[in-house]
Design a protein around this ligand. Structure first.
Ligand SMILES: [Zn+2]
Length: 238
């Protein structure tokens, strides 16, 4: 086999691994970022609901107190009714009593709608709490995954880059540039023969070329995609 083809196969294998490392890295930080944003949004929503619920509960407590105070007043006024001596006093007291009763009725209806709202908010809060803790769990898993991957990849990448440099130094610049140009455009510069076609773009290759490709003693480019075609009998290409 031509030495340059051997080197290009080694180089392609390294680049394939480097690309897959980059791919897996490029994906995880994005996921972590998205989960982080979702979690922040969820927390804001949760705070809002919790605050609204707090307001409703405070209002309800206040209204409850007001009713109690009114009951005390009512009892007092009812007792006073027995002691009045004039019609004017009687009318004034009855008036007060009616006003307080009307107010209590009003309060009861406000309480009812506030209780309904509080119930709804409590349900929303429970759902949001559940969702928040789910997101937090997912985020934690991804963060661990990312840091593990980054640590593991960094040392692997270093090794790969070193071997890559060694191989590149042995390839004539003209061939190396050709390889790099195709790699950047297509993500792989070397493909195997697939029956009578290029495995990259599936263009048919004539018998003469197939024969030459299988000889593996020169660089043969696909006329369709420009990739370097190597023999289908080569097992070294990953
Ligand atoms: Zn092709």
């Amino acid at each position: 086999m031509e030495k340059v083809l051997e080197l290009l196969i080694e180089l392609q294998n390294i680049d394939t691994e480097l690309i897959s490392i980059e791919d897996s890295k490029g994906n995880l930080p994005e996921k972590v970022n998205t989960l982080n944003n979702n979690l922040e949004e969820k927390k804001i929503a949760l705070d809002k609901v919790a605050q609204s619920l707090d307001v409703e509960k405070k209002d309800l407590a206040q209204l409850g107190n007001e009713i109690k105070e009114n009951e005390v007043k009512l009892n007092k006024f009812q007792d006073q009714l027995y002691l009045v001596t004039t019609n004017r006093e009687y009318d004034a007291l009855t008036n007060e009593i009616e006003t307080i009763k009307a107010r209590n009725e009003e309060i009861e209806s406000i309480q009812e709608s506030k209780e309904e709202r509080a119930e709804l908010l409590e349900k929303q809060l429970a759902v949001l709490q559940e969702e928040t803790s789910e997101l937090k769990k997912m985020l934690d898993v991804k963060i661990v995954e990312l840091s593990e991957k980054t640590d593991k990849n960094e040392s692997r990448q270093e090794i790969l880059e070193k071997s890559k440099a060694k191989i590149e130094a042995q390839i004539r610049p003209r061939f190396l540039r050709k390889y790099q140009r195709i790699l950047h455009a297509k993500r792989n510069a070397l493909v195997k023969l697939n029956r009578d076609s290029c495995d990259g773009c599936h263009k048919k290759i004539n018998d003469q070329k197939i024969y030459e490709v299988r000889q593996m003693n020169q660089i043969i480019e696909c006329e369709g995609c420009g990739r370097i075609i190597i023999s289908d009998e080569i097992e070294d290409l990953t």
